[in-house]
Design a protein around this ligand. Structure first.
Ligand code: DX5
Ligand code: ZN
Length: 225
């Protein structure tokens, strides 16, 4: 099954609870929360106190995407705030194996995010210990950017390696996801789709979630799963 995780980055922050309730009723499977520090990416968003507040008003798993320098320093705070899944970027993970191990030892699902310009081969050594990969299909920092087409081939290649090695690592994709590219992403091997602007930027976010769920089912490749 393919899961949809609305990214709250494009939501109305002054009425976040209503926005969360809306996508929950529409069938969203998780909430994607973008954490930016103004150093690793050119934007600043939210920190652990906001994650802790969101945790109190939703039962959806919180998928926390850390786009920050020195993630090891802040991981314990995000785990305490209620993150169910944490992703760190390969580009600033000098001791990525240690970082992933520490997240998992806290009982939290661990993932590695990979920027559009980073080759997927950098992930191969740690694939067996990853719960998921977050393939960035835009350069991180902002919502509403144009989908980078080459991400589809990257997902396909990663999926081949995961399948050949009989691993359970899930591929998720983040950036510019919409109803148009969803079937191709699913066909390539993505099983968790993050979408911000396509949901919260739509006139009717409730319907937008439903349409993404429908679009994710349109591929024949899912029939045997
Ligand atoms: C980008 C973030 C994404 C972003 C996706 O830096 O990591 O999660 O919110 O938003 P859309 O779907 O609008 O590209
Ligand atoms: Zn993200």
């Amino acid at each position: 099954m393919v899961q949809i995780a609305p990214s709250i980055l494009s939501a109305n922050f002054s009425d976040l609870r209503s926005e969360i309730d809306l996508v929950t009723r529409a069938g969203a499977h998780a909430l994607h929360i973008d954490v930016m520090d103004g150093h690793f990416v050119p934007n600043i968003t939210i920190g652990p106190p906001v994650v802790a507040s969101i945790k109190q008003v939703t039962r959806l798993p919180l998928d926390v995407h850390l786009m920050i320098n020195d993630p090891d320093k802040f991981i314990p705070a995000f785990i305490k705030a209620g993150a169910d899944r944490l992703s760190v970027h390969i580009e600033n993970g000098i001791h990525i194996h240690r970082t992933i191990s520490s997240i998992k030892s806290a009982g939290v699902k661990a993932g590695v995010a990979v920027n559009p310009g980073t080759p997927p081969g950098t992930l191969y050594e740690i694939l067996p210990i990853l719960d998921f990969i977050l393939v960035m299909s835009v350069n991180p920092g902002f919502g509403g950017q144009k989908f980078i087409e080459s991400s589809i081939d990257k997902i396909r290649r990663l999926n081949q390696v995961i399948t050949t090695r009989k691993l359970k690592t899930i591929i998720s994709v983040d950036g510019g996801v919409d109803v148009e590219n969803t079937p191709m992403l699913v066909q390539a091997g993505a099983r968790l789709l993050v979408a911000g602007n396509a949901i919260f930027g739509a006139p009717d976010p409730f319907q937008a979630v439903k349409k993404l769920i429908e679009a994710s089912k349109t591929t024949k490749f899912l029939k045997n799963e």
